[in-house]
Design a protein around this ligand. Structure first.
Ligand code: AN0
Ligand code: CP
Length: 315
């Protein structure tokens, strides 16, 4: 593996999962692999889990890590080509990226959708500039349209908790006060389709995800009906794709609560975190034994480590 930006960079999902469970069982077995190698993690947006789990994964492999919070510790970076740089951004990605590449062996980058222009966000302009100019492997730590390290950890978690070979997995939209990207749901759908689970997506009208992610997955607009017989409930808010970046609903009837969970097949509750309690999910559900959000977050270390290991092994 050279870069990791989507499920398409994984040649074989089964092998990737095996590697993740192997490093989970024995985290330091490959601590020689990354010796004298450095990973730089670049954040254009906030993070708790991704920054800590990815650094930890790199350290488990013997790597050194450096973190740069663009906008806070670093120069603000211009990403558009051909602009007269007379604004608040003193440096262009065209120089910054190859310079960073000189100092490290792998770059991790987090750069969310900006919701200014749909085509621009969906072209993955920033992530693709990193791939083009870094000269070293690039790992997406959530880009404009995908969050593959999250989805890989989600897949591990479902594999660990499933009680049948092909569980019913329900991705449900839930209300949130601010506009959030489609990266997590896009990626989740992409990975669940590849895993061939029985995937159902439920959301209010107007929240349809991009067709290139949904493929032939059907939307069940009735959330109660979607929950029937579910083995996993994966909650997430996202802003509208069609009416790009808009909040069309804050309908609290979509909050995941105990009544809805009681219609499932004793489903486990999942969320990528950070989660707003009593918006996305009630305290009662997230504090119940059905909730596996902490175990899910814990797997972020192992999905990242499996990815870094595969990259280091092909260097
Ligand atoms: C981000 C999102 O929805 O993409 C990150 C989730 C991992 N969430 C927030 O900004 C709250
Ligand atoms: N789930 C996730 O990526 O969390 P952070 O935004 O805290 O990294």
């Amino acid at each position: 593996m050279r870069h990791f930006t989507s499920v398409n960079d994984v040649t074989d999902l089964k092998t990737a999962l095996e590697q993740a469970f192997e490093v989970k069982k024995n985290p330091f077995a490959y601590s020689h692999l990354g010796k004298n190698k450095t990973m730089v993690l670049i954040f254009f947006n906030s993070s708790l889990r991704t920054r800590l789990s990815t650094q930890k994964a790199a350290m488990n492999l013997g790597m050194n890590t450096m973190v740069l919070n663009v906008n806070e510790d670093g120069w603000k970076l211009e990403s558009e080509l051909g602009v007269v740089m007379d604004g608040d951004k003193p440096e262009h990605l065209r120089e910054a990226i190859p310079v960073i590449g000189e100092y490290c062996d792998i770059i991790g980058v987090r750069s969310f959708a900006r919701f200014e222009n749909k085509e621009h966000d969906y072209s993955e302009n920033i992530l693709n500039q990193f791939i083009e100019y870094a000269g070293v492997p690039v790992v997406s730590m959530e880009a404009a349209t995908r969050h593959p390290l999250q989805s890989f950890a989600d897949l591990m978690t479902i594999e660990e908790f499933k009680t049948k070979p092909r569980p019913k997995v329900v991705l449900t939209w839930a209300p949130h006060p601010r506009a959030l990207p489609q990266a997590v749901p896009n990626s989740f759908v992409e990975w669940m389709r590849k895993a061939d689970y029985d995937l159902v997506v439920t959301h209010p009208e107007g929240y349809e995800l991009a067709p290139e992610f949904m493929g032939d997955i059907k939307v069940e607009y009735d959330q109660d009906k979607a929950f029937e017989g579910a083995d996993f409930i994966y909650a997430k808010n996202w802003a509208s794709y069609t009416d790009y970046g808009k909040i069309l609903s804050k309908d609290m009837r979509w909050t995941v609560d105990s009544r809805k969970m009681s219609m499932t097949n004793n489903a486990r509750f999942m969320h990528c975190l950070p989660v707003r309690r009593n918006m996305i999910v009630t305290d009662e559900v997230i504090d119940s034994p059905a909730s596996i959000v902490i175990q899910e977050a814990a797997n972020r270390e192992w999905s990242a480590q499996a990815v870094l290991k595969m990259i280091l092994e092909s260097m």
